[in-house]
Design a protein around this ligand. Structure first.
Ligand code: ARG
Length: 459
């Protein structure tokens, strides 16, 4: 492709070392779409004839079929996806093929391809997120009244409804989705026309190319367009946050499926056994996702580091943008797919969750609030209940299992209504009856709102 200036062939190892076709062939479709748009634009402005344009489009379409049929021969000596396809085009249609690259460089070509590719992937990932979110809402709807212990410091804190807990996961994913959609706007800009770095001498119509490829706008500065990969970094940051969230959810599922918790069953099809311990059923899917979060964080750091020292404009360093981006895409996709399948299949052990919520003095705050409503200052109420809890610890009884007389030792404001009003799990969750609270009524309303919000989010 550049033989003119060189007096010897590229060293075989160097050719392989500098090639990217092994991994950039994955966006052949986008490369061909970009070339078709470029040729169409060149014909519109009179740089190519209509016949030349048609030959190019036909040739490229045939090449796409060859690639899809697996008959295309990828050549490492042709370095990357761009030159492999262009060279095959010339082989097929002759000299017209050599005109395709008029007013273009691989620098703006590759930047265009990655943006098109990432845009498609973001759209697929958003669909997976939506499916997972709907799965969470479905499971939450079935568990509006399921009570479990809520934790802080992984110690029993207050009772919550399982539906409420699942809605917390849902909210994380709403923000993840918003981030991806926001990132997509900056991905969806056209670099083509920037050529190598300074623009091109042909009378190009960039707005037209942008329109053909469905880009929202053109990149405003040619130097910036061919060099910066901040859009990919942004995607990897959004992907990292998704993985961080999935990892937290995974951690909870792993705990909850243990024999010590037994809050939830993950169906066998998502688990594996042990080759030595016959009783084992391991939560592999969540464990693996928790583990995979690390590589996506690594992908983010790779891209940041890749970019930070680069002077304008394009540098070969940028060829290294692809693998960390692809890895993040693949990992996030796989993880979301697994979660979207697994979440609706989870089986909560409602009785066990309830039993667990009855231990650990989860209604202690409710007793303090009960006293506050009878005129005690909150700090004093806290102290009183602390003493009652100490008695409960000594007697190995929950507050609701102490007698009225025992409770009255700590405050004569405590009357028989305490058991119904403060010390049952239902009273505790029902009392948290405001937007964002854990009461079944509120959770039901939150689920209804969430369905509407999803419609808007994915409109
Ligand atoms: N394979 C290259 C990449 O991935 C394409 C751009 C090459 N440009 C160049 N000036 N060598 O970035």
């Amino acid at each position: 492709m550049w033989g003119g200036r060189f007096s010897e062939a590229t060293d075989a190892f160097v050719a392989e070392f500098t090639a990217s076709v092994q991994f950039d062939q994955r966006f052949y479709k986008q490369d061909i779409a970009g070339s078709i748009a470029h040729a169409t634009m060149l014909a519109k402005v009179g740089v190519l004839t209509e016949a030349e344009r048609d030959d190019i489009i036909e040739g490229l379409s045939t090449i796409r079929s060859e690639i899809e049929a697996g008959t295309f021969e990828w050549r490492i000596d042709l370095e990357d996806v761009h030159m492999n396809i262009e060279s095959r085009l010339t082989q097929r249609i002759g000299i017209t093929g050599k005109k395709l690259h008029t007013g273009r460089s691989r620098n703006d070509q590759v930047a265009t391809d990655i943006r098109l590719y990432l845009r498609d992937e973001i759209d697929d990932i958003l669909k997976l997120l939506e499916r997972l979110q709907k799965g969470l809402l479905g499971l939450a709807a079935k568990n509006v009244n399921t009570i479990m212990p809520g934790f802080t410091h992984l110690q029993t804190a207050q009772p919550v409804t399982f539906g409420h807990h699942l809605l917390a996961w849902f909210e994380m994913l709403v923000r993840d989705s918003e981030r991806l959609q926001d990132c997509r706007k900056r991905v969806n800009r056209l670099p083509l026309g920037s050529a190598a770095l300074a623009g091109t001498t042909y009378p190009i119509d960039r707005a037209y190319t942008a329109e053909l490829l469905g880009f929202e706008a053109v990149c405003e500065n040619s130097l910036d367009a061919v060099s910066d990969r901040d859009f990919a970094i942004e995607f990897n940051a959004a992907a990292s946050l998704i993985m961080m969230h999935l990892s937290r959810m995974s951690e909870e599922l792993i705990l909850w499926t243990s024999a010590q918790f037994k809050f939830v069953n993950i169906p066998d099809r998502f688990c594996t056994g042990s080759s030595i311990m016959p009783q084992k059923k391991n939560p592999d899917v969540p464990e693996l996702i928790r583990g995979k979060s690390g590589r996506v964080f690594g992908d983010l750091i790779s891209l940041l580091t890749l970019m930070k020292g680069q002077p304008l404009a394009y540098n070969k360093d940028n060829q290294e943008d692809k693998e960390p981006l692809f890895d993040a895409i693949d990992t996030v996709r796989g993880s979301l797919m697994a979660f979207a399948d697994m979440i609706p299949a989870l089986v909560p052990n409602i009785e066990i969750m309830r039993e667990a919520a009855l231990r650990g003095f989860s209604t202690a705050t409710d007793l303090a609030d009960y006293l506050v409503k009878k005129g005690v200052a909150f700090r004093d109420a806290h102290e009183i209940v602390g003493k009652a809890v100490a008695l409960g610890v000594a007697e190995e009884k929950d507050l609701s299992e102490l007698t009225l007389e025992q409770l009255q030792q700590f405050s004569d404001l405590i009357t028989a209504d305490v058991f119904d009003k403060a010390l049952t799990l239902e009273a505790s969750v029902n009392a948290r009856d405001h937007i964002g609270g854990t009461s079944p009524k509120q959770v039901e309303a939150a689920i209804a709102r969430a369905h509407k919000r999803l419609e808007q989010l994915y409109a």
